[in-house]
Structure formats: C-alpha cells, structure tokens
Design a protein around this ligand. Structure first.
Ligand SMILES: [Zn+2]
Length: 333
C-alpha cells in the first residue's frame, strides 16, 4: 500500500475515532513529523515519540498503555495527551531527552528555570537522569560541607564553571520551596543559611520567575528563617568573643608570636565586627594576616564548624534532616 493510501487510511481512522483539532494548538519548538503522540501543555503541542518517552519514564509508558476511547482527541492524526504542566517545563523535559548534551554538559551553565524544570519534571515523570542532573547542580551551589570558600558558594560557587546554575540571591527562596516539594531535605539547612543572609525585603517578598510563578516562603518557613537569623547573629558574636579573649589554642605551636599577636591585634576586632552580622560561617580571614600558627587558626574557626553542625537545629529542621545531615569538615590551610 502506498504512503498516500496509508496516510488517508490513518486520517479516516482518526476521523472515525473522534474530532480532529478539538483544540486550536500552537505548535511547539519540538515537532517531529514522524512522531506518534502529541503532548499538549498550556495550549502548545509537541509531536514526539511514544517509544522515546516510554524508554525513559514508567509514568509515560503506563499512560500510553491505557486503551483510548473511540472518541479520543487527535491532532494531525496523532493521539493527544494533555499535561498539567508549564509548556516551558514540558519543552525542557523533551529537549533534554532528545538533545541531552545541551543539558547534561558539566561546563554548560543552565538558567535556574531550566534546572527547576528538570527537577520538577524528572520527579513527576520519574525520569532519573533529569532529576539527578538538577540535584547535582543544586549541590554545587549548596555544599553539604564547610569548604574553604563556603560563604561565596550560593551565587558564585568556588568552581564557577562545572555543573553550575545562573543564579541571583533571591533564587534561594525558590530553591527552598523546590527542596520541600521534591523531598530534597538535605539541601534545606544550607539553603536557609543563605536565605537568612538576604535583606529582609527579599525574604518577605520572595522571587517572581520569568514564567510568572511567584515563589514565597510559607509562614512557617518565614518564622524559621527569622528565628534562625537571630541565632546566627548570636553565634557570629560568640566567634569573635573567643578571639577577644586572646587565649591561644591549647595546641598552639607559635609561642610568643601567637600570644603577642592576639594581645596587640585582638582588640581591633571590636572595630571591625558588627553585632548584627548574620554570616556566621564566614572564615575569619584576618587571622591569617596576624601570623597565627595553624592550630590557633583552627581553634578560632571552630565556632564555624559548630554553627554548620547546628544548622538543622538553628532553623528547626531536625525532624526532617536528622538522617541526612552529614556534619561539618573544617578545612584550614
Ligand atoms: Zn598559636
């Protein structure tokens, strides 16, 4: 049978099954002429292949295996499946499946809305590759240890090229909501730490993304954030009090140099410290300029390690992160 006859027969079958073009859809950027199913999201249609989606997602495989009624909707001869997702999220899911290099290359920095799409669609449709890619990129910005440049890490992580996301500070509001929604609870303590360091207006107003989604913290999470901010201020102050006390580490091997430095320079801390400092995990870099020995530098940075370990408690997250919180590793050069 010729291709033309086959096409006519297909059209007849589709006409017999149900109305063609029940909806007036806009064709999306992914439209394969040899596709065999049309996904529709927010009025945009994508013609793709059942086999490709089924091979990556049991959810799609099960969806496609359900017998369709005789009056099923078709579009250009193909079955239509409506998805209750943003069309942009559907596009990125499909584009990642068909053109993975654009999404999985570790040197390609992805916009936040793309990572959000990979995480949400990967979780909803159980596509492990998408979800794993999104998690890996979030972890680059939210490390689960106290690396030397930790305080730079959310917007500008230490390794600025690998597995990164285009971020602004306010994205942390969306990250907290995604971590809750997608059960990525081990990201929450560090995410709340960065959130607590934001200006109050941003914390209260949230973040509106380019698709119109307004990400805001729940009232419970707002309480967590502001209560935690107060705790961080107290911890930050404790860190400097240890320096002001001027007693070298019990393991000090710097002798009089450390004692003299602490005695002569320690009081200068008064002039450089704000009692409202929230960035309690920032390394005390000035100690390096004082010529202190390594045991002393470790000694005076121990409060940071303590604060990092206490983040779940500081933000009242113990119930959901107790099993997934690894604890700090204090690095010191
Ligand atoms: Zn010392």
């Amino acid at each position: 049978m010729s291709t033309e006859h086959t096409a006519k027969r297909r059209r007849r079958q589709s006409d017999e099954r149900g109305p063609e073009n029940r909806g007036a859809y806009e064709k999306g950027d992914l439209w394969f002429d040899d596709g065999n199913v049309v996904l529709v999201a927010e009025g945009t249609a994508f013609c793709v292949h059942r086999g490709v989606l089924s091979s990556k997602s049991d959810i799609f495989r099960d969806m496609f295996s359900i017998p369709q009624p005789l009056d099923e909707e078709t579009y250009e001869g193909h079955s239509v499946v409506h998805l209750a997702d943003l069309k942009a999220d559907v596009y990125h899911m499909l584009a990642a499946l068909y053109n993975g290099r654009e999404y999985y290359h570790y040197r390609k920095r992805l916009p936040f809305n793309v990572v959000s799409a990979l995480l949400q669609m990967g979780t909803k449709y159980e596509i492990d590759d998408l979800r794993s890619e999104g998690i890996s990129r979030l972890r680059t910005h939210l490390p689960n240890n106290l690396c030397p440049t930790f305080h730079h890490s959310f917007e500008s992580p230490p390794n600025v090229w690998d597995n990164t996301i285009e971020l602004s500070a306010a994205h942390i509001i969306a990250v907290i909501n995604l971590a809750r929604k997608l059960d990525l609870h081990d990201l929450l303590p560090v995410a709340f730490y960065f959130c607590a360091n934001l200006p109050t207006d941003i914390i209260l107003d949230g973040y509106k993304d380019s698709h119109g989604t307004h990400w805001k913290l729940s009232s419970e999470d707002l309480k967590r954030c502001f209560n935690g901010r107060l705790m961080l201020q107290l911890h930050g102050w404790d860190q400097y009090r240890v320096v002001l006390r001027g007693v070298p580490s019990p393991f000090c091997d710097g002798g009089t140099q450390c004692r003299n430095a602490l005695a002569t320079k320690g009081r200068s801390v008064w002039t450089s410290v704000s009692p409202t400092n929230v960035d309690a995990l920032r390394p005390l870099d000035f100690l390096g300029h004082w010529g202190l020995c390594k045991p002393c530098k470790l000694h005076f940075n121990q409060e940071r390690e303590h604060v990092f370990n206490e983040l779940p408690s500081i933000f009242q997250l113990e119930d959901i992160v107790s099993d997934v919180w690894p604890g700090a590793f204090l690095y010191m050069s």
